[in-house]
Design a protein around this ligand. Structure first.
Ligand SMILES: *Cc1c(COP(=O)(O)O)cnc(C)c1O
Length: 359
């Protein structure tokens, strides 16, 4: 049986997608070979790759003047690729700091440019929150403004897209496709695939065309967005199987009714879990209500000595990977698109039973 998997990443994939991949693994569409064994330049593979892009464009309503790139190296390589691509003419950028991932991004960017760090973390009634935009020291002449839509480790998410004078560049690794997004508000959106898209090994970049001509001359060609765009993300061999599997996830999402439909399910899941945590004296969530992530829900137990027992019993109940990030401890339930409402209900039932037995 398949357990409910609350892993932060690599994360749960829809069972229907894995079944489709399984059915096709030895003999893809009667061609006598696996998609993994095909040239990335073959007609069959190129059709798979193009269909994945077309479906993603449909799901996110991506305008024509944005390029969609299917790259490698994870979101972490984008922390370098972004300044190398976008700071060739103007070396200044604003980085909004809200947690561990935005900090990693800005540390890397500091190696390449003149980075203005905008401290945006704050506390409201003892809970972590994102400070009101009126308090941010954004600069007047930045090439771009970088922020992390959803801080996966902290469970802290922007309530709305921040306003800025420069193009917004946003890390959507753990929130892409979870809720509708107006792509035209961004210069660039990027995401590692292994949270809410597909398997690890693929990184999505959605970038506005007018930003493509300002790369630093020393940039490695593999990292150069304009080269990748010109070569349909095939400057070298792309991550073919991850790209194919992500395409199956896009098809699955379209069958679910698209991003708006899955967003409704995601809100129901998040409301169920936060609602239960708020109603309990045994569990607590450290984030101010308006900045709670709908994808990653950290929570603590009133008695931290019970954490090991909680995790052990959860696993016995087929509820996997609930330990918080090693840097923060506690618990964390990642409830990405592929985790169904029944999974969150099973988690809440278990949490309630555990609390009653250990209060
Ligand atoms: C997981 C994650 C990353 C790092 O992704 P890699 O693909 O491992 O490099 C970066 N940013 C956010 C918001 C993440 O959740």
């Amino acid at each position: 049986m398949r357990a409910y998997n609350f892993c932060a990443g690599p994360a749960a994939l829809p069972t229907a997608v894995l079944e489709k991949a399984q059915a096709e693994i030895l003999d893809w569409q009667g061609k006598g070979l696996s998609i993994m064994e095909m040239s990335h330049r073959s007609k069959d593979y190129v059709a798979v790759a193009e269909k994945a892009e077309a479906d993603l464009r449909k799901l996110m309503n991506i305008p024509e003047n944005y390029k969609v790139l299917f790259l490698q190296g994870g979101a972490s390589l984008q922390f370098s690729a972004i300044p190398l691509n976008l700071l060739g003419k103007n070396s200044k950028a604003d980085y909004i700091h809200t947690g561990i991932w935005s900090e990693k991004a800005l540390k890397e960017a500091q190696r390449y440019g003149d980075i203005n760090v905008v401290e945006a973390g704050t506390q409201i009634d003892g809970k972590l929150a994102i400070a009101d935009a009126s308090t941010w020291n954004l600069s007047q002449d930045a090439a771009y403004v970088h922020y992390v839509d959803n801080e996966t480790i902290g469970g802290l998410q922007f309530a709305s897209v921040p306003k800025a004078n420069a193009p917004l560049v946003s890390d959507f690794s753990s929130s892409i496709l979870s809720a509708p997004v107006d792509v035209t508000q961004f210069g660039m959106i990027y995401a590692g695939a292994q949270k809410n898209i597909g398997p690890a090994g693929l990184t999505l970049v959605i970038v506005r065309e007018d930003l493509l001509d300002q790369a630093k001359p020393e940039i490695p060609s593999i990292l150069k967005y304009s080269s990748q765009a010109k070569n349909d993300s095939m400057v070298n061999t792309p991550s073919t199987y991850a790209w194919y599997l992500s395409g199956l996830v896009f098809e699955w999402l379209l069958e679910q009714g698209g991003v708006e439909a899955i967003h409704k399910v995601n809100l129901a899941k998040a409301n169920l879990l936060y609602g239960y945590i708020d109603s309990s004296d045994f569990y607590a969530n450290p984030i101010a209500v308006q900045n709670r992530s709908i994808m990653n829900v950290p929570f603590t137990l009133a008695n931290p000595d019970l954490e090991k027992l909680f995790l052990k019993e959860a696993e016995e109940n087929h509820l996997l990977n609930l330990a918080g990030h090693r840097s923060v401890g506690g618990m964390r339930a990642s409830i990405y698109n592929a985790v169904p409402l029944e999974g969150v209900q099973a988690l809440v039932n278990f949490m309630d039973d555990f609390a009653k037995r250990n209060a």
